[in-house]
Design a protein around this ligand. Structure first.
Ligand SMILES: [Fe+2]
Length: 412
């Protein structure tokens, strides 16, 4: 097939089950949200919850049903424009910065549309189990999972703009404390095999597998935590140009950045952090989160000179991170499920990279400039959506995602 020659499709029944559970999870995520919560957009990078719910449905309608359903017709042809994110091959798009202005269709209408598309995808899957259809549905499931993470990320940002400090959930679903002592682990050096190899679902940007050359290096067994970050702040890390890339220093000054996003102080000067479970005292053992690449990079340079035992500290490359994950997959190394980890690798195509064919070719490849690779996954990443070879990517100033870092250093 055109998209991925080595793809081994799951059974149609298995896929249908994954499809239903991913669709249900999206709706479960809004159980405690009002229609007003689902409407608002707090900045251009953020999309309203309602828009996420609609856009993942648009994806199935445009990418799957339109291509495979007999006698296809749009539920509402106008939705093809309203909920197109960035696919020029599909046609016109509603401006990203104005998604919050879409008071119509209502949340209820979006949910009805969701149900209609779900029923139609299910019927289609019962009469057609071609490999290409199965692949597209699996892409739809993975796409919806990515938006489930974005939905939580965006609600977090939206709620942070409200001094009532709304609580999305009383359960702490973000951080677990990291209590094990820090130590350096010798990294995997020499030629390493990196990138996806196999016949399961993966994104085009994860392959092909190829050799990368890692110098001799070490990697931290755990993530940088809030205690360490507080030391950086108390040592005037945000006020000392020495630690910052020039572009980072300009960004920090322009945006008046002096702490990770969501950190704030109470009337007694105690440091708090706003999360989906409210505004609570900063957990010093938890991994630092919601920092930009610029901040992660500055921290490494400060740590390098100011933290005992951290001489030579820097960010790992994506290839060092991936080899570390392959050989040190122990759960307590905090690889997955806490924060996405910035690497020093530019988001560029791997040697031999080929984007998927058709409209899906716009999924990843066209973003391969001016962004950095992040590895791992976060507390907001849906279960089953993580892989060692997964490449997330964001621009150097972005920090509304659950982004943190682990340190590496040259030598052992
Ligand atoms: Fe999308």
């Amino acid at each position: 097939m055109q998209n991925n020659l080595s793809y081994q499709a799951p059974s149609a029944d298995g896929l249908l089950e994954q499809f239903h559970s991913s669709r249900k999870y999206s709706v479960d995520l809004i159980a405690n949200l009002s229609a007003e919560d689902c409407q608002a957009q707090s900045m251009e990078d953020v999309s309203p919850t309602k828009w996420h719910l609609a856009h993942v449905t648009w994806f199935y309608e445009v990418m799957v049903l339109r291509a495979f359903e007999k006698n296809f017709s749009f539920w509402n042809p106008e939705f093809a424009v309203l909920f197109n994110s960035y696919y020029n091959g599909v046609g016109d798009k509603h401006p990203r910065s104005k998604r919050g202005l879409l008071t119509r269709p209502s949340l209820q209408q979006v949910l009805e549309w969701r149900k209609n598309i779900e029923d139609r995808v299910q019927s289609l899957l019962k009469e057609n189990s071609s490999e290409e259809l199965l692949w597209l549905i699996q892409l739809g499931i993975n796409h919806e999972q990515q938006h489930q993470e974005l939905l939580l990320t965006d609600i977090h940002h939206l709620f942070s703009n409200n001094s009532l400090w709304p609580i999305y959930t009383p359960q702490n679903n973000e951080h677990s404390s990291l209590e094990k002592p820090f130590k350096w682990i010798e990294g995997i050096s020499g030629l390493v095999q990196t990138g996806y190899k196999g016949n399961g679902f993966h994104f085009d940007n994860e392959g092909p597998q190829h050799s990368a050359l890692n110098q001799i290096h070490s990697i931290g067994n755990r993530l940088v935590n809030n205690f360490q970050w507080l030391q950086f702040i108390e040592d005037d890390g945000y006020d000392n140009f020495l630690w910052w890339l020039d572009a980072g220093w300009a960004w920090l000054k322009a945006e008046k950045i002096s702490a990770p996003l969501y950190w704030n102080k109470d009337n007694e000067g105690q440091m708090l952090r706003f999360s989906l479970n409210g505004n609570n005292p900063l957990d010093l053992q938890a991994p630092v989160s919601n920092i930009s690449y610029f901040e992660a990079d500055a921290f490494t340079r400060w740590a390098n000179q100011n933290l005992a035992g951290f001489a030579g500290a820097r960010l790992p490359t994506e290839f060092e991170w991936e080899a570390f994950a392959q050989f040190h997959f122990e759960a307590d190394n905090d690889l997955f499920g806490k924060v996405w980890q910035w690497t020093s690798s530019n988001y560029t195509p791997y040697p031999g990279y080929k984007p998927w064919g058709g409209i899906a070719g716009e999924y990843n490849g066209k973003f391969m400039v001016n962004q950095m690779v992040l590895k791992g996954s976060s507390a907001y990443t849906p279960k089953g959506h993580s892989r060692i070879t997964y490449r997330n990517f964001f621009p150097t100033h972005a920090r509304w995602q659950m982004t943190g870092l682990r340190l590496a250093k040259d030598g052992i």
